[in-house]
Design a protein around this ligand. Structure first.
Ligand code: DON
Length: 563
């Protein structure tokens, strides 16, 4: 889809002769752009920009809209992160990651032998972390927004009240979720009041969610964390075996944190610090790549994939060893991990001919799904927001109170569930990310802004669990090192290595059989998957006078919208 709106003749000339031939999959706009996993939500953000709202206003409105239109990951019952940079160079982040409830314990998912009860940390109401989204969006608006709060929430109230046309994607989810395992809350989620499942192309309304959103619209953060909603959350939890109380909700606060910073050649990179591991690992990997002589290695050749995979292996080992909630881990070596000197050490011990072996006696990682959502925004001043938020699994815990109409996350599954126990396949038991009351679980979300000459240049992020870090890393590298147009950078073949399990994951059909064979010959264990990443990005192409947005083709309902 290509949208070109109100260009001056000169820009149009440039677009037609220099940009359009390359532009399949990209959207061009002069004044502002929103890229998200849902077109209606992107349009909500653009309408806010047109009204004179800034990038924060548009991001907040888009995030609320996604809670209505993209319920598999858009949310008010989950949490996430904002990275913000304005055109005059101010950078900051807002951490609205979920927290462990006050009654959570480090052994809450273990049986009497101290073994993890398979899947229990992702299942049921005990898997729900105290939601952070509303507090985070509210803080972002209070500190950096410009339009009245109510105007940012109202479009979502309208979408929930008046309804939206159910997309093919959501209609297929709705049908699939009529099985025995799906909790009733979600079975009924896509039903009309008469009990009939809404079909593709029909209008789908969410009156209960609209009421919750109205309270948030009228009372701000307190509309969620206090009063009627908080009381109902506690009541629902108590009645169904959950442990979140009104005290947990009242105590929840979002936190403004300084971003993790790095550089790649002439570019500055700003990303999310802990409790996300994304920024630290991204900067570590970019530093290593800066040391490699990439001019002499062909893009996506065997040598290239090997080098990238070995870089990932090392960053994920460091992630496992060191990272967790900074409020519980004051000694994390963040400066060291993101320093150029440390990258030298990491780079020097990569064997360019042979795969290393991940040591299963030390670290391990889970491999998780692809249902988080990212949105990127830039406004007419060049201020930018990169926002990733999540329910963890698709539709989170699949649970919620029918009176409130929103879905609870199952983010407790991001903690290390079995203290001290790490194996080569699935589990990691290192200290920094053990469950403690009030602690934030370690995340991989990597909302990122790259700056050029002190101004936002690339706004990027993705869902995908631990693959997020690597898909953002490769996309950033594709733009900064290989100067790919943003849609090509997003669509180019991605790989993933996360230390343990010791597997090099690649996208089926995108890596040649010869390369696969050669990598196996070097000692890699290969594992094909259909897709890695669902990136949403904006490039600030100042020299062309346009913003260029791209929504990954793997996002069925996603769209870059601009004006
Ligand atoms: O915070 C995290 O890293 C995960 N809970 C994100 C989950 C995710 O991305 C799942 N699918 N996209």
């Amino acid at each position: 889809m290509i949208k070109i709106i109100s260009y001056s003749p000169i820009v149009l000339f440039i677009a037609i002769f220099f940009i359009l031939p390359n532009c399949f999959g990209q959207t061009y706009a002069k004044n502002g752009m929103v890229v998200s996993d849902n077109e209606l939500a992107s349009e909500v953000g653009v309408a806010i920009l047109k009204k004179g709202g800034n990038a924060i206003d548009a991001a907040v409105a888009t995030a609320f809209a996604l809670a209505v239109t993209h319920p598999q990951a858009g949310n008010i019952g989950g949490g996430g992160f904002i990275v913000y940079m304005n055109a005059s160079g101010t950078t900051t982040t807002i951490d609205f990651r979920e927290k462990a409830p006050l009654r959570a314990t480090s052994d809450m998912f273990l049986d009497e032998n101290g073994e993890l009860v398979e899947g229990s940390n992702h299942r049921g109401l005990k898997s729900v972390g105290v939601p952070g989204t509303v507090a985070g969006l509210f803080m972002a608006h209070q500190k950096y927004g410009s339009l009245p709060w109510k105007e940012l929430v109202q479009p979502s109230v309208d979408l929930a009240n008046n309804g939206m046309i159910l997309t093919y994607t959501l209609a297929s989810h709705a049908r699939r979720m009529q099985d025995k395992e799906t909790p009733d809350f979600l079975k009924n989620y896509f039903k009309n009041p008469d009990g009939r499942l809404v079909e593709f192309g029909e209008t789908w309304r969410q009156p209960a969610l609209a009421k919750t959103l109205e309270l948030i619209r009228d009372k701000g953060k307190d509309g969620f964390y206090k009063g009627k909603v908080a009381r109902e959350i506690e009541k629902y939890m108590k009645a169904n075996g959950g442990i979140i109380t009104q005290k947990d909700l009242k105590k929840y606060t979002a936190i403004e944190r300084a971003p993790i910073k790095g550089t790649y050649k002439e570019f500055e990179i700003y990303s999310m610090p802990p409790p996300s591991s994304g920024g630290v690992a991204l900067i570590e990997m970019m530093n290593v790549m800066e040391l490699a002589n990439l001019d002499s290695i062909q893009f996506n050749s065997t040598a290239y994939v090997h080098l990238v995979a070995e870089t990932m292996r090392r960053a994920f080992a460091d992630r496992a060893e060191h990272l967790g909630d900074p409020d519980f881990n004051p000694e994390m070596p963040l400066e060291k991990l993101t320093s150029k000197e440390f990258a030298q050490r990491r780079f020097r011990n990569i064997d360019l001919e042979r795969a290393s072996v991940s040591d299963s006696t030390k670290f391990g990682q889970l491999y998780d799904g692809t249902n988080t959502t990212h949105l990127s925004v830039i406004d007419k001043n060049g201020d930018a927001v990169s926002l990733t938020y999540t329910l963890e699994y698709s539709y989170g815990s699949k649970l919620g109170s029918p009176k409130l109409g929103f879905i609870f996350n199952n983010e407790m599954g991001d903690f290390n569930p079995q203290p001290g126990y790490t194996n080569s396949e699935r589990l990691i038991g290192t200290d920094p990310n053990i469950i403690q009351p009030g602690k934030r679980m370690l995340s991989s979300m990597t909302p990122t802004i790259v700056a050029k000459e002190g101004k936002p240049y690339l706004v990027i992020g993705s869902p995908g669990g631990r693959t997020i870090i690597n898909t953002v890393f490769q996309t950033v590298l594709n733009v900064l090192e290989y100067e790919m147009p943003i849609h090509k950078a997003i669509e180019a073949m991605k790989i993933h290595h996360q230390w343990l399990p010791d597997r090099l994951i690649f996208e089926n059909h995108l890596m040649s059989p010869d390369t696969q064979k050669a990598l196996e010959g070097m000692g890699h264990t290969l594992y094909g998957t259909n897709n890695l990443g669902r990136l949403m990005g904006i490039l600030n192409a100042t020299e062309q006078g346009v913003y260029i947005g791209a929504s990954d083709s793997s996002s069925p309902d996603g769209a870059a919208s601009g004006y």
